[in-house]
Design a protein around this ligand. Sequence first.
Ligand code: HEM
Length: 472
Amino acid sequence: NRLRGLPPGPTPWPFIGNTFQVPEDRIDLVINEFKKKYGGIFTLWLPFPTVVICDYDMLKRNIVKNGEAFSGRPDTFIMDMLVQGNYGLFFMENNWWKAQRRFTTHIFRSLGVGQAGTQDTIASLASGLVEKIDEEKGDSIELRPLLVHVVGNVIHKHIFGFTREWDETEIHDFHVAINDVLEHFTSPKTQLLDAWPWLAYLDKPLALGIPRTTRANDAIIQNLEQALAKHKSGINYDEEPSSYMDGFLKEMKIRAAENALEDGFTEKQLIVAIYDLYSAGMETIIIVLRFAFLYLVNHPETQKKIHEELDRHVGRDRRVVMDDQKHLPYTCAFLQEVYRLGYVLPVNFLRCTLSDVEDCEGYRLNAGTRVIAQFQSVHVDKKHFADPEHFNPDRFLNSKGEYVRDDRISPFSMGKRSCLGENLARMEVFLYFCTLLQNFEWHTDGPRAPPIDVITSSLRAPKRFTVRATRR
Ligand code: HEM
C-alpha cells in the first residue's frame, strides 16, 4: 500500500489479497473492526486494491463534495456473466449512465412517484394487506410473503402499468429468482473472479453458487423479454406513458426518429434497467419493514407511543398520507432508528474513481481505483451515537419532542450514485408501516419476542420470524 501511495490496511495474501479475511456473512462487522485499527479510510485487496471510506466526515468530504470523481462503477465478472456487460442502472459506467438516470427519475416523477399517484397505489394495496391480515384472526403470521405481494406490486405497477392479484404467482416467482441471483452478488469471493475468471471452474470448492445464479438469472431475463414482447404489441405511442416500459419504448422511438441513440436507449438496456428497478425496489423495502416489526415487538413501549400518536393525529378511519409525517414525530424517529440499525446492504456497492483524485484524505487515488463508501459504519459509530447497538428512537427527538432528521443516517447512500428509488422506498415504508399500526396491535408469537438475528449475504435481513396481529 505504501509503495502505491494507498491508505494502510491488513496485509494481503498473494493472489487472493484480503478476500478470506472478510467473510461475506460478517463483512460489515469485520469492516468495523478494521476501522478501529486503521481509522476511517483503509485499503482492502479484494483482490484489487479497494479503498474503504467509513468515517462520516471523510465520506462527506470525498463521496459527496467530490461526487463526480467518485461516481464510477468498475467492470465486474458477475455483470459480464449475467448481462454480458455494464447495462442497467446500477452498474453502467459510461456516458449512458447520466442520461439513463435522468430519464428514470423523470419518468418516475411523471408516473406519480413521491406524489399522490403512487400514494393512492400504495393505499389501495395496503387496504388489501389489512384484509389479508384480518383473515388470519390473530393467528401466527409471517409478514414476508404478504409484503412480497404488496411491495412487489408497487414496483410492478410502475414498470408494467398494472398490478397483480393475490393468486397470481409472477411477483413471487421473481422474488425467489432475484434472491438466488443476489445470494453471492457482492461477496468478496465473487470479486476474486474479476481478477481470476478461471476460478469459476472451482465453483463447488469455493461455494460460488454460479449454476444457481445463472439459472435464476436466465429465468428472469426470459420472463422480462416475454413481458417486453407482449407490451410492444399493445402500446399506443400517442398516449401519455402509463409505465416505465411505455416511457422507455416511446423514448426509443423518438430517438430513433432523430437518429440519437447514443445514450443507450436500446431494448437490451430496457430489459436490464427493469431487472435493476424490480430487484432494487422489492427485497430492500421488505427487509426494512421486517426490521421495523422485529424491533416493534421487541420494544412494546414503542408500539404504545406510535398507536397514541396515530390515534391523536390520524384517527382510525381515514387513511394515512405522507403529509401526516409532520404530526407523527415519534413514528418518524422510530423509522429513522430502524433505518440506522436495519441497514440492508452489509457492504455498499463498489464504486470506482472516474478521474485521478489528488487528495483523498492525504492519499492520491488513480482513476479507476475501486472504492467502497461504507456509510453503514457511521450508523453504529460510538463517536456519533451513544450506545449504538441499543434500539432507541428517542435519540432522534429534541427536548420539545420534535423529530430531528439526521444526515448521518444514510441507508440510501450518498453522492452521485446514491439510491435512485429513495423517495419511493421512504413512501412505501412509511405508508405500509403506519397503515398496519393504525389497524392492528402487534404481538410476539409465543412467550418471548423473536431475537434480533440477521442473515447476511449480499443483503442483510432478519432471520425468519412470526408475529400475531389483533384488530384495534
Ligand atoms: C429501503 C429500500 C432501499 C434501500 C435501503 C436502497 C439502498 C441503496 C443503496 C445503498 C444504493 C447504492 C448506492 C451507492 O452505490 O452508494 C442504491 C442504489 C440504487 N437503488 Fe436503491 N435502495 C432501496 C430502494 C430502492 C428502490 C425502491 C429503487 C427503485 C425503484 C432503487 C433503485 C436503485 C438504483 C437504480 C440504484 C443505483 C443508482 C446508481 O448507481 O446510480 N432502490 N440503493
